[in-house]
Design a protein around this ligand. Structure first.
Ligand SMILES: *Cc1c(COP(=O)(O)O)cnc(C)c1O
Length: 397
């Protein structure tokens, strides 16, 4: 099944790439524009849960029942597939439901390599599956290529999992090195690229087989949808397994949410560019602040992963950064609550800036330092945002 995005037979991602349409162009249009039936320049929202058969009892399109997805989720899937230069993209009702489907698709007793710094929801689900004997886990040090290598066991490991930049400490893992290790062991590589969306990284081009995004974050970008994205290339049928699980669990992204996601994607590139520029300015300002111990942002030359990040984040270092305050957990929480513009809330990638004390969210067994605050930089004026943190740092005790 392929997308005829421009009404002239531009059927596949490869064809699109050959025509050298920039991903930015694809995102800005967001659909086959205009709609051939109505001339509408934005896509319709299809909410039907079931689809009629014709006189031969055949389906007119490959839709029969909404648990498999419908026309609006397919339009969004095709757009992201083209942005990722993937063979296939599947949308889910949240990032975590997409992660759960990946873990569910693994064979019984499968061995997976995961980083010691990983989105806590995915980590705790993987740990639960390990506890009941469903999978085996090898942990490597996030951002350490040698450690990753030694966690991959040829003939045994089924999946290598990378998250880069890692949330919330912005550790950078070299995707090309991970791909080499995965390939040598004849295993699949998944990259959680939530913090590095297509304007800056296309993990499949760097050798990954599965690019994961929490679409809740940058892709939708307006804090009004939860969505998960899996894009596949050379996945050897793993995509079919995952799609089957999605159908049985009914975790496809519904029509209205798919439409909102398409709407968000139209401005993805401009949002990501501005957020990256503002985060860089905030990171630099915080680096000089006497009440700040360390800033974690891959755009800073002093960041241990800066060189690797520069080689795989070619369109900006993103709007997520974190920093550790001097003075302990109480001080960190006081800074979060002392902000007037930054909202103390979880999540990232929305137009409004957020601040979060991650340790409070992740709990006692989390490896995140308790002096760490994560920022999600939105679209406000960067000077306003810097002044806001300044006043919160000044008054916190
Ligand atoms: C938010 C997030 C997820 C989980 O996605 P949801 O849409 O919240 O279910 C996974 N990985 C990373 C890096 C995230 O930031």
């Amino acid at each position: 099944m392929s997308g005829d995005r421009f009404g002239d037979g531009a059927a596949s991602a490869v064809t699109t790439a050959e025509r050298r349409l920039a991903p930015e162009t694809l995102a800005a249009r967001g659909m086959p524009t205009p709609d051939p039936e109505t001339g509408a320049v934005v896509p319709p929202i299809h909410l039907a849960s079931t689809f009629a058969r014709d006189a031969d009892y055949e389906l007119r399109q490959p839709f029969s029942y909404a648990r498999d997805g419908g026309p609006t989720s397919r339009t969004a899937e095709w757009l992201i597939r083209d942005l990722e230069r993937a063979e296939r993209t599947l949308l889910f009702s949240s990032g975590l439901s997409a992660m759960a489907a990946v873990l569910e698709a693994l064979p019984m007793g499968a061995r997976i390599a995961i980083p010691d710094r990983m989105y806590h929801g995915g980590r705790s689900w993987a740990r639960r599956l390990e506890a009941i004997g469903r999978i085996r886990i090898d942990v490597y040090r996030s951002g350490d290529a040698e450690s990753l290598d030694s966690a991959v066991h040829p003939g045994q490991t089924s999946l290598v999992w990378i998250e880069t930049p890692s949330n919330p400490e912005c550790r950078i893992t070299d995707i090309r090195c991970g791909a080499k290790a995965a390939k040598a062991a004849d295993t699949l590589l998944l990259v959680d690229s939530t913090a590095a969306p297509p304007p800056t990284t296309t993990a499949l081009d760097l050798g990954a087989n599965i690019a994961f995004h929490s679409g809740t974050k940058y892709l939708n970008g307006h804090s009004d949808v939860t969505a998960g994205v899996l894009s596949f290339r050379n996945a050897r049928g793993f995509d079919d397994e995952v799609a089957g699980i999605r159908t049985h669990q009914g975790t496809v992204l519904p029509g209205f949410e798919s439409w909102l996601l398409l709407r968000g994607l139209r401005t993805l590139f401009v949002r990501f560019g501005k957020m990256s520029a503002s985060a860089q300015a905030i990171g630099e300002a915080l680096s000089d602040h006497p009440r700040v111990e360390v800033v974690h942002y891959p755009g800073l030359p002093g960041h241990p992963g800066h060189t690797i990040a520069a080689g795989q984040m070619t369109g900006g270092f993103g709007g997520m950064l974190s920093f550790q305050v001097r003075g302990g957990a109480r001080m960190a929480r006081a800074v979060a609550l002392g902000c007037r513009l930054f909202v103390p809330a979880t999540s990232l990638g929305g137009t409004e800036s957020l601040i979060e004390h991650r340790k409070s969210i992740e709990g006692a067994d989390s490896p995140v330092p308790d002096t760490l605050l994560r920022l999600s930089v939105g679209l406000e004026d960067a000077r306003d945002l810097i002044a806001d943190i300044d006043q919160a740092l000044a008054k916190a005790i």
